[in-house]
Design a protein around this ligand. Structure first.
Ligand SMILES: C[S@@+](CC[C@H](N)C(=O)[O-])C[C@H]1O[C@@H](n2cnc3c(N)ncnc32)[C@H](O)[C@@H]1O
Length: 337
């Protein structure tokens, strides 16, 4: 292959990755990983269980083989899982099933198509396709909202374990997960620290499900959902968690969220932020691509340490620590200045 052909092939694969992503999403949606728990199955078997079209199911599963998620036994006409497929299983300890469904589902895929227009206009064109901002859209579309909250739990699980292990709660008794979705982060911290009780400040439609989720995690009675708006006010707690929230918002909005946390802080209270760190040079693929999602779907962005420090200072807070987590995540600790 000439260098020219190789570059053509590399760029072609970057483009075709979009179809591959949608195949992964469809395989997750058809619960292929769960069906194969009972052993190898034909496309027809899976189609029958999902009320799907057998010929199209076969073509989808064949793409799954090409993507490394499945193997095919031509003699038996059956498909089997590879270890990678386990990540699309709902019961996997490190599942991305809901993330596969939500991250490239209509709420993000439709505005993603307007990425060039967003860059040209200098603002996300999300209202053109969803009729509102992403979070307002979720308020009106409960099924997609539930899938998004579950996707946040999926995406967060590995980094949350690391972050919770790195937090010394000291004498704290209460912890508030600000914009915590179903409370995966606060759950992990509460599980590790039996004296802590937790709550999750969330939009009403998300807060309503927090206690059910908490029961499923075996933490019944230790975490409550609090319906509210972090732009209005934030309840008092000894420890505040803020994960993957600041990246959704522009600087002015971030200052408002952080100032509300600062106003609620009791003496000795601490704030822990988990976000991706981005830098001009050597930007990680994870952070740079998440930044694209923030560009086309929100007013936010991924930030570097200096940008986080500027936001904290403007809100009357002072960063005391920055602990690198699973790349490109960082755990920032702050207190009242
Ligand atoms: C990107 S998600 C992060 C969820 C969670 N912290 C995590 O990392 O998995 C942002 C969360 O902020 C919540 N949110 C958005 N606007 C909010 C508001 N005004 N007040 C409270 N929560 C809000 C959303 O419902 C969503 O669950």
């Amino acid at each position: 292959m000439t260098a020219e052909q190789e570059h053509f092939s590399q760029v072609y694969h970057l483009i075709m990755a979009a179809w591959g992503s949608q195949a992964v999403r469809a395989i997750a949606s058809l619960s292929v990983a769960e069906h194969l728990d009972s052993g190898p199955l034909s496309a027809q078997d899976i189609a029958l269980r999902e009320s799907a079209d057998p010929a199209m199911t076969y073509r989808l599963l064949r793409a799954g083989v090409a993507l490394g998620l499945l193997t095919y036994d031509a003699d038996q006409g059956t498909f089997s899982p590879t270890p990678m497929l386990a990540v699309l299983h709902k019961d996997s300890p490190v599942s991305l099933k809901h993330y596969a469904q939500a991250a490239i589902g209509p709420t993000f895929w439709l505005p993603a198509v307007l990425l060039p227009e967003s860059v040209a206009m200098g603002s996300p064109q999300v209202v053109q396709v969803l009729g509102s901002s992403v979070f307002e859209y979720f308020g009106k579309n409960p099924a997609e909202a539930r899938q998004f909250s579950a996707a946040m739990t999926d995406l967060s699980t590995p980094v949350i374990r690391e972050a919770a292990a790195a937090i010394d709660v000291g004498t704290a008794k209460t912890v508030l997960d600000v914009g915590g979705a179903y409370g995966a982060f606060v759950s992990e911290l509460v599980r590790r620290n039996p004296r802590l009780t937790g709550s999750v400040l969330e939009l009403a439609h998300v807060a309503a499900a927090v206690e059910d989720e908490t029961r499923e995690r075996g933490l019944e009675g230790r975490i409550t959902g609090v319906a509210g708006d972090f732009f209005e006010s934030v309840p008092a707690a000894d420890i505040y968690l803020l994960k993957h929230v600041l990246h959704d918002w522009d600087d002015t909005s971030c200052r408002s969220i952080l100032s509300n946390i600062r106003d609620a802080m009791r003496p000795g209270a601490r704030l822990f932020i988990v976000e991706m760190l981005i830098s001009d040079t050597g930007a990680s693929t994870g952070a740079a691509l998440m930044d694209m999602a923030m560009l086309f779907a929100t007013t936010g962005q991924e930030r570097d340490l200096t940008q986080f420090d500027t936001l904290l200072t403007a809100a009357g807070l002072r960063r005391t620590q920055a602990t690198p987590l699973l790349s490109p995540y960082v755990l920032l600790e702050a207190e009242a200045a």
